[in-house]
Design a binder for this molecule. Structure first.
Ligand code: FAD
Length: 383
């Protein structure tokens, strides 16, 4: 090992890159390269900040479960603030959605986390709901939580630096090449060499792979819109759970005295600094007004962010099958915050080729391995 070279270069300092870099810095010399001047500018800074163990597909739910302990008991000194604050979540169903609700409640690993509530209890939990929106009742998860995403992200960056890691911002990676048992990574902050490259570039993960002539995982960035609205005078939304249409056609939750609403849109777009579209804002208002007795007049803020999905909607975590030392940590979709601690532990163990830590007991890495797409559209990289 060359004493002047880092062992690992991590590309992207959102929550994925920051968390895995912090885990890897225990054992390796790691440099974290971020294109923007401020880490967290893209998806990480634009989320709805929910931790729910019943949200997402089976692989996502397993990684969320593996993250729970970290959220509630982070390492000492990780953050001056609690990372999570209890916020129940309530999936509600109209009469025509009763089957969808039943199927959700029947999921084996969800059943122990959520309980069925009837329409009356659903309205007691979220008093602004219209009777029609909850006619078939709902599923209530008491153990979900709001995440302090800033504290989580900054905590990982601080831990990373404390463990000797280097963060370089304004470092746009523009070229990647493998040769002589190491990667050469060209960025606007300099050229680096390392044995291992971790691709944590979020919506740009496929673009980064293409710089190295590595086939894409077909990770599709999708725009999602969020709008902060003012509650009617005299109404305090704080006690409400996050309330979600069972078909995920809308959701809303309290947010520091305001109400965050979303049409839960998922529009495929090219990776970019995505902005909200007026139509999506209008759809958010319309859907929430249809499901509730709220009349939304005052919008304080609106934004959009990218949720990036692999074709099967599971994250992509592991070494590329065709390129030595090229590791994927991408495709977290709408769950990259709540899965971050578990995914970082998994990724660090896989990078080091170690057995998985206790938090991931029973987790099958094959469910997220890049190789699961091998038959579909991979081929060995020509060098
Ligand atoms: C509206 C909305 C609501 C959401 N709600 C939730 C939620 O409630 N719970 C939840 O768990 N998740 C939620 N998510 C999803 C979550 O925000 C993402 O899954 C997560 O932030 C992805 O993190 P990341 O680090 O992979 O991506 P990012 O934060 O986008 O980080 C990737 C970084 O890579 C950098 N980069 C890219 N290319 C290069 C390059 N060539 N060189 C150097 N750097 C590069 C980018 O600048 C960027 O900073 C939501 C997302 C949105 C948009």
């Amino acid at each position: 090992m060359n004493s002047t070279l880092p062992d690992i270069l991590v590309i992207g300092a959102g929550i994925a890159g920051a968390s895995v870099a912090a885990e890897l810095a225990c054992t390796h010399r790691v440099v974290l390269l971020e294109r923007e001047e401020v880490p967290g500018y893209h998806s990480t800074g634009r989320s709805a900040a929910l931790f729910s163990e019943s949200y997402g597909n089976a692989a996502v739910r397993a990684l969320s479960r593996a993250s729970r302990d970290f959220f509630y008991s982070p390492p000492q000194g990780f953050s001056a603030y609690p990372l999570v604050k209890r916020r129940g979540s309530l999936h509600v169903a109209r009469t025509d959605q009763a089957k969808e609700l039943d199927e959700f409640l029947a999921l084996k690993d969800v059943a122990g986390l959520v309980r069925r509530v009837d329409a009356a209890e659903a309205v007691a939990l979220t008093p602004v709901l219209r009777a029609e929106a909850v006619a078939a009742g709902g599923a209530f998860e008491a153990g979900s939580a709001d995440v302090d995403v800033h504290a989580l992200h900054q905590g990982y960056l601080k831990l990373f630096r404390h463990r000797g890691g280097t963060v370089l911002t304004g470092a746009n990676v523009t070229a990647l090449a493998y040769g002589g048992y190491s990667w050469t990574v060209v960025s606007s902050a300099g050229t680096f060499r390392a044995r291992i490259v971790v691709n944590a570039a979020g919506a740009w993960a496929d673009k980064v792979a293409s710089l190295a002539d590595i086939l894409p995982m077909n990770i599709q960035p999708c725009r999602r819109t969020a709008v902060l609205t003012e509650p009617p005078d005299g109404m305090d939304p704080e006690p409400w759970p996050m309330t979600i249409g069972i078909d995920e056609s809308y959701y809303f939750k309290p947010d520091a005295g305001l109400i965050l609403i979303s049409p839960a849109d998922e529009t495929p777009v090219e990776p970019c600094d995505v902005q909200p579209e007026e139509l999506d804002v209008a759809v958010a208002v319309d859907r929430v007004e249809q499901a509730t007795v709220l009349t939304i007049h005052r919008i304080r803020r609106k934004w959009a962010g990218l949720r990036s999905f692999a074709p099967d909607r599971s994250p992509v975590i592991g070494y590329d099958g065709a390129a030595p030392g090229f590791f994927w940590l991408a495709g977290q979709g709408g769950y990259g915050i709540q899965t971050a601690p578990g995914a970082a532990l998994l990724a660090a163990a896989l990078v080091r080729e170690e057995t998985l830590p206790d938090a991931l007991k029973g987790f099958d890495p094959q469910s997220v391995a890049p190789r699961r797409f091998a038959g579909a559209y991979s081929r060995p990289v020509q060098r």
